[in-house]
Every structure is written in structure tokens, then in C-alpha cells.
Design a protein around this ligand. Structure first.
Ligand code: AP5
Length: 211
């Protein structure tokens, strides 16, 4: 396998962003993430697309999915420019999974499995460094540098109320996508409740085995 084409699936807070950064640097592939792309374009005017709201922000702040039309276009553009990639945050419903099948083949489909109680704890404790984009957690992974600690920010959708809605949306829309890959026999499950380095060992080995 030259540069692998990896799909990483899992619930909000399962560790997709944390592990995707490692995959991107270890295997020299693009990190294609719909969440980051949408956060960078939160105020984009999508009113011409006949959507319920006029910007991605209104969907994201409520924990709802941004319309497929918007997200499909972002992924199509990003994948057309990448040889290898780790795709994180997409597909999130069966319709997006069908679109993805039209866009590319995949070498590895990974699922990070984490229980719901742990997901809520991880998301409400997550903090981001606005300067580097580094992901931290107040308890599991606090920064050592007091200057970094001082500037950390919480994501707007990481409040307890929005996290519960995101998990509901995940169960209803995204879990069937994971079940679909499982039924096809292509899903590699990784225990995402282990420490980050242990999860990484398993993720790395799974991708290498697929080579
Ligand atoms: P998105 O940004 O994709 O968020 P998400 O899927 O909800 O996932 P997260 O980024 O919250 O979690 P993660 O799995 O990356 O976990 P992380 O590594 O940060 O989407 C946001 C919104 O955008 C959606 O709600 C929707 O509105 C919209 N959107 C995005 N894609 C879309 C699409 N395809 N269609 C429509 N709408 C879309 O880890 C979480 C925390 O846990 C961190 O603090 C980390 O330090 C800690 N942690 C990580 N691993 C471990 C570990 N092993 N042990 C202990 N702590 C850990």
C-alpha cells in the first residue's frame, strides 16, 4: 500500500481527532476532517441551498448534522486532492456513506469503541489550544506549560446539553453506518477506552496489517 486511505469512525469524543493526527504524521497522509472544515467556515452563507438554517453554525451549535449537500462538497474536494488520507467525521449517515462509495475506495475502516458515560466525560473536559490546534483534557491530558493552560478554550458544542444531543444524533444516524461496514466484514474495531498510547498501538498495527 503506498499511502493508505483510512476511514476512522466512532462516536463524538471517541478519540478520532486525537488518533487521526497521529495517523496523518506516521503515514504521511492528509487529515480530512469535516468538523474542522465546518468550524473554519461556520458563517458560510448556505441559504441558496434551500436549507433550514442559513449557516453551518446554527446546526453545529445545536449538535445537529449540517446538510449533506454542504458536507459532501467539502469531502469530495478534499479527497480529490489527496493521495492517501485519514477521513474523520464523515460519513455520518447512510446517505453520506453512499456518496463516499462513489468518491473513493478505502484501504482500512476503523471504529474506536467507547462507552457513553466516558464519552460525556471526555467531551465536557476537552480543551483546545487555539494557537496550535492541539487537543487536551482537563483531567486526562492537561498541558504542562502554564502559558498554554492559560489560553485553552472549550469548544462551543462541548456543553453537557449539546453533547447529549450529539450522542442522540450519533445513535440515530451514524451508528447504522458503522453497522453497515461491520455487516460488510470490513470493519476493524479498536478498544478506544484504553489510554491514548495504547489505542495508538492498536490503530497503527491495524493500518500496518492492511498494507
Ligand atoms: P466533529 O468535529 O466531527 O465532532 P465529533 O464527531 O462530535 O467528534 P469530536 O471532535 O467531538 O470527538 P473526537 O472523536 O475527535 O475526540 P477527540 O480526539 O477530540 O463534528 C462537530 C459538528 O460538525 C457535528 O456535531 C455536526 O454539526 C458537524 N459535522 C461534522 N461532520 C459532519 C458531517 N459529516 N455531516 C454533517 N454534519 C457534520 O477526544 C475527545 C477528548 O477525549 C479530548 O479531550 C481528548 O484529549 C480525550 N481523549 C482522546 N482519546 C482519549 C483516551 N484514549 N483516553 C482518555 N482521553 C482521551
Amino acid at each position: 500500500m503506498a499511502q493508505p486511505r483510512v476511514l476512522i469512525l466512532g462516536a463524538p469524543g471517541a478519540g478520532k481527532g486525537t488518533q487521526s493526527s497521529k495517523i496523518a504524521s506516521e503515514f504521511d497522509v492528509e487529515h480530512v476532517t469535516t468538523g474542522d472544515a465546518l468550524r473554519a467556515n461556520k458563517e458560510m452563507d448556505i441559504s441558496e441551498m434551500d436549507t433550514e438554517y442559513d449557516t453551518p453554525r446554527e446546526y453545529m451549535d445545536q449538535g445537529e448534522l449540517v446538510p449533506d449537500e454542504v458536507v459532501n462538497a467539502i469531502v469530495d474536494e478534499a479527497l480529490s486532492q489527496a493521495d492517501g488520507f485519514v477521513l474523520d467525521g464523515y460519513p455520518r449517515n447512510p446517505e453520506q456513506a453512499e456518496e463516499l462509495e462513489e468518491m473513493t475506495d478505502l484501504d482500512v475502516v476503523l471504529s474506536l469503541d467507547v462507552g457513553e458515560e466516558e464519552l460525556v466525560h471526555r467531551l465536557t473536559g476537552r480543551r483546545l489550544d487555539p494557537e496550535t490546534g492541539e487537543i487536551y483534557h482537563v483531567e486526562y491530558n492537561p498541558p504542562e506549560d502554564p502559558e498554554v493552560k492559560e489560553r485553552l478554550e472549550q469548544r462551543e458544542d462541548d456543553t453537557e446539553e449539546t453533547v447529549k444531543e450529539r450522542l442522540r444524533v450519533y445513535r440515530e444516524n451514524t451508528k447504522p453506518v458503522i453497522d453497515h461496514y461491520d455487516e460488510q466484514g470490513v470493519l476493524e474495531r479498536v478498544d478506544g477506552e484504553q489510554a491514548p498510547d495504547e489505542v495508538w498501538e492498536d490503530v497503527k498495527a491495524t493500518i500496518e496489517d492492511a498494507a
